[in-house]
Design a binder for this molecule. Sequence first.
Ligand SMILES: *Cc1c(COP(=O)(O)O)cnc(C)c1O
Length: 400
Amino acid sequence: MSSQDNREQLKIESRLAQIGSVEEPVTGAVSFPIYQATAFRHPQLGKSTGFDYARTKSPTRKVLEDAIAQLESGDAGFACSSGMAALQTIFAKFGQGDHLIVSLDLYGGTYRLIEKVMSRYGVTASYVDTNDLDGIEALAQPNTKAIVIETPTNPLMMITDIEKVCTWARSKGILSIVDNTLLTPFFQRPIELGADIVVHSATKYLGGHNDVLAGLIVTKGKELSEEIAFLHNSIGAVLNPQDSWLLMRGMKTLAIRMERHQHNATRMAEYLLQHPDVESVYYPALPSHPGYDVQNRQSSGNTGIFSFKMKDARYIEPILRHIRLIAFAESLGGVESLMTYPAVQTHADIPEEIRRKVGVDEKLLRYSVGIEHIEDLIADLSRAIELAKQEIEEGVTLHG
Ligand SMILES: *Cc1c(COP(=O)(O)O)cnc(C)c1O
């Protein structure tokens, strides 16, 4: 079922648009079919079509898995029922006595998985700013098995030098795992920079339409690929055929979506940067961002999400009440604009002291900028800020 010819030489835009378009040999369908079957007939004893039982391998899922492996420059891809299922599948490599080094400004669900679930299996973790190699080295123990990086982090958009950290990890025999959810292989390919494993919440940019929950893993190297294949099959948190198809359908337009997300987010960040009621803007596309140079070196573009702090926490509640086009909702990476309040939503599971240390406070909003027209988005947010300001001023007069 593979007539890839020289398609691997094509530019990424072409490879994305063509996902699954030549894999169906019977009818020539350019949209790969949804194979709903869980059982596959064996031609004879000891022979297989390559498919036996759908948890192990399933045709629609396989096209997706091969596509993401190729896009991320890895050797094998694995589709899971969510980003968390993907992370759990990877973490199942670790057990009693193993230690992990992890990004301090981490996705809340990953933090919860490590601290509340993996801890039951005897896995411990230390949290550090993964851009600080000395800090990382100081935490390394003989039983340190892996380093888990997010770059940019969410919500504070801290940048880690992937190559630097992965080179160090390799020299110590430590596995490097990079969560590439925010940039996708369109903008950043961590395996090319030395990572062993890339993980995605494909629910976000890869799916891109706020309508499919999925996770993806890409591995580099035969032994590691075989081990993750074993865990993927043993745990069974695999992606179903319908959602595999939906995800591929979304990924076909990844290139143009990411370009528009980047364009809109940059314009929006620049707008907020000069807004008198805004204290700070966290977006690596801004030259003032501390990670600007590293980001430009290791990625070909910027994500569509960023965060900003209002000068006063009293703005937050009315802003979230007054935005109309931008939805007050969790999640990110879809075509629709969503705004999140990290301190009480995505990061509620992270202890307050860690939240404060990284700067997730009650003045911070995270904005996943969609692909709507930028002028409509700026109009919506500026109106909400204006109304919030009026309410605050009236409140002051009222109580003062
Ligand atoms: C959303 C997210 C996850 C979790 O993925 P789900 O698909 O929600 O399970 C992991 N990492 C990052 C960076 C995320 O944004």
